[in-house]
Each structure stands twice: as structure tokens, then as C-alpha cells.
Design a protein around this ligand. Structure first.
Ligand code: NAP
Length: 339
């Protein structure tokens, strides 16, 4: 991986963008020229990458000129506006948003699961939603043990999953509570998030599932190449800042022993098993924050079905759920000569 790439980051000033710069430096991603882009609001802001200071610019065709690779973690509107123009200029875009994920000609990739899907890209590739990625990794490991018949999950999602404004909202509500003052009215979420949990992530759609719940179902099916997989999710926002957790029930078509499952999960690249219940050892948002891996714990038999397992997954939504996965896709493309 010696070739240097000219990289532009759309959304550099956001929650994911900031972590992206940190992770890219940690991984020594081969960046030649680097452009940090956002809206007019953040233009002029100074940000650091690998010990050097860069000025954020407003996103424009001119600013994107010369980029080989564009990472976009902004809004769907920005992805839809810039994606075709990036491709037309002969560059590649790796998109963090939901604009292209389910498009047939766009690979949706978790490199440890379906890295080979980068081979058929036509210029745009997408990362999954931040709850889908760790779940797809665990399911991919478990399908080596037995065929998966059905998946149900409930999530416990941190506010940074909504972006920098949501983090500010939780902090200001907590600060007001700490001072004994009235809690400011919510602007990002439909209800106060401090001291609360909200069983709504995204707006309600098909059959009263939320957009996030449908994303989880559809994206998991696409990544695993299991278009009919029976799947249902309940997505819940909780007052943590970083780290999405999920309780997962998987039913199999045949026997799937806990120890076989533990071995398969332990062997899965990018996944770590943290599971010593007697010592209260299991993953939590706080003990996994800042780590690029997804973590599994609380592995046990699902006593409600004949062949079933229950477990708990946690991952840093800004890293493996976003920035790290995007960078890994680019690394996979470089390994395969696809960029
Ligand atoms: N947060 C997560 O855990 C996570 C995980 C996976 C995927 N994602 C996806 O990543 C994307 C960014 O999420 P985030 O959490 O980082 O959001 P965020 O904190 O709200 O940041 C949004 C960024 O996009 C920029 N931006 C907004 N509109 C733009 C436009 N029209 N053109 C160019 N730049 C624009 C903003 O610039 P200004 O500073 O100038 O406003 C800011 O840099 C979203 O699509 C989200 O779905 C997020």
C-alpha cells in the first residue's frame, strides 16, 4: 500500500469527520493531499491531521478537483449532490450516509464480512448504518456454526450516532440537571434524552417500524447476501455519548452450541469476545470506546426456542460504526487494485 492518494473529506467538521482524521492518522492511511470540506458554517475552522493544521473549506467542485478518493460523512443531500460529480471526475466516493446503501450498483461493505463486494463498485461504495456493522460481523461468524433462521434485536444507541448537535443537546440537559435548573427543551430529539430512553430512532415508516429499524434489516440482508432473512429490530436512543449496544436473539435451523459459537466469534477478524459473567466482564459503551473492534458478551442459549443463542454486542459507533469501516473499505480496495 505504498501509493499515496489525494483525499477529500466532506463533513470533516462533524462527529464522524473528526474521528475519521484521528483513525486515518492512527492507521497511517496513505494520504497525499488532504482537503477538509464542510459547509460555509465551518469554513475557515482549523483542524489537525497527523500533527499538521488544515483549514476547512466550503464543499465545491473546485475544492474536490484532483481528489482520488472522497470520504463523505455529511448529509444525504450532500451525498446525492456530490456523489455523481465525484464519479464523473473519475474519483471514488465512500459514503457514510444512507443515500446509496440499498442502491443495486453500490456495494455496502463490512470488509471482514463481504470485502469481495468492493470488486464490483462503479465509483460509489457505502458503509452500513452504525448498528448494522457489528451485528453483521457477529452474524457472519455465527453462520459458520449453523444456518441462521431468524434474528431479533433491540438496540441501545448513543447520541453521537445522531451527530455533534445531539451530543451538545445531551450535555446541556445534563449540565442544567446538575445545576438544579430547568432542563432546556429538546431540539434534536422528540423528547428530553437526559435521564430518559427514547424508543424512536429516525421517523416511523413501513408497518410502524422506524427508518433505523428498516435500515438494520435491509442492510444486514444485503451485506450477508441473505435477502429473505427474517429480521426484526427495535432501535432505542439512550443517554450515552459514544458506543452502540445491541441485545440479539438468533434462531438457527439446526444445533448451535454456545461453545462452538464462542469459538466462531473469537476467530472472527475485527470482533472480540469479552465474556466472563462471574466477574461482571462484558462489553459496555465505556469499556469499548476508542477501540476499532466490535465486542460480544453475555453469550448464552436462548431458552425460548430449540436452536437459539442470545448475546450482547457493543461497538464504537464513530469508529467501526463509521470512520474505521470507511477507511478499511478503502484499504480493501487498494489491496484488490480497485482504486
Ligand atoms: N455518527 C455516527 O455514529 C454515524 C455512523 C455511521 C454513519 N454516520 C453518517 O455519517 C454522516 C455524518 O454524521 P455525523 O454524525 O458526523 O453528523 P454531524 O456531526 O452532524 O456532522 C455533519 C457534517 O457534515 C457537514 N455538512 C452538512 N451538510 C453539508 C453539505 N450540504 N455539504 C457539505 N457538508 C455538509 C457538516 O458541516 P458544518 O460543520 O459546516 O455544519 C458537518 O461537518 C451522516 O450521514 C450519518 O448518517 C454517522
Amino acid at each position: 500500500m505504498s501509493r499515496q492518494l489525494n483525499v477529500a473529506v466532506i463533513g470533516a467538521s462533524g462527529a464522524v469527520g473528526e474521528v475519521f482524521l484521528r483513525v486515518a492518522a492512527e492507521r497511517k492511511f496513505p494520504i497525499g493531499q488532504l482537503k477538509l470540506l464542510a459547509t460555509k458554517r465551518s469554513a475557515g475552522k482549523q483542524m489537525e491531521y497527523a500533527g499538521q493544521s488544515y483549514t476547512v473549506e466550503e464543499t465545491s467542485l473546485d475544492a474536490l478537483r484532483g481528489a482520488d478518493l472522497v470520504f463523505c460523512s455529511a448529509t444525504s443531500e450532500a451525498s446525492k449532490l456530490w456523489g455523481p460529480q465525484v464519479v464523473q471526475a473519475g474519483a471514488v466516493m465512500i459514503d457514510d450516509g444512507s443515500a446509496y446503501r440499498m442502491q443495486e450498483n453500490v456495494p455496502l461493505v463490512v470488509p471482514e464480512v463481504n470485502g469481495a463486494d468492493v470488486d464490483w463498485h462503479e465509483g460509489i461504495l457505502s458503509i452500513p448504518n452504525c448498528t448494522t456493522t457489528p451485528l453483521a460481523m457477529a452474524l457472519h461468524a455465527l453462520r459458520q456454526v449453523a444456518t441462521i433462521a431468524r434474528v431479533t434485536t433491540s438496540t441501545y444507541q448513543a447520541v453521537s450516532g445522531t451527530g455533534a448537535q445531539a451530543v451538545a443537546e445531551l450535555k446541556s440537559q445534563l449540565a442544567a440537571f446538575g445545576r438544579g435548573e430547568a432542563i432546556p427543551a429538546p431540539e434534536v430529539y422528540p423528547h428530553q434524552i437526559a435521564m430518559n430512553v427514547i424508543p424512536q430512532v429516525d421517523s416511523f415508516g413501513e408497518d410502524m417500524y422506524t427508518g433505523e429499524e428498516l435500515k438494520m434489516r435491509n442492510e444486514t440482508r444485503k451485506i450477508l447476501h441473505l435477502p429473505e432473512l427474517p429480521f426484526a429490530a427495535t432501535c432505542v436512543r439512550v443517554p450515552t455519548i459514544i458506543g452502540h449496544a445491541e441485545s440479539v436473539h438468533v434462531q438457527f435451523e439446526g444445533p448451535a452450541g454456545v461453545e462452538d459459537a464462542r469459538e466462531a466469534l473469537s476467530k472472527m477478524p475485527g470482533l472480540a469476545v469479552m465474556d466472563e459473567p462471574a466477574k461482571s466482564v462484558y462489553p459496555t459503551p465505556l469499556n469499548t470506546e476508542g477501540d476499532d473492534r466490535a465486542f460480544v458478551g453475555r453469550l448464552r442459549r436462548d431458552q425460548s426456542v430449540e436452536h437459539g443463542l442470545v448475546f450482547w454486542v457493543v461497538s464504537d459507533n464513530l469508529r467501526k460504526g463509521a470512520a474505521t469501516n470507511a477507511l478499511q473499505i478503502a484499504e480493501e480496495m487498494m489491496r484488490r487494485g480497485k482504486i
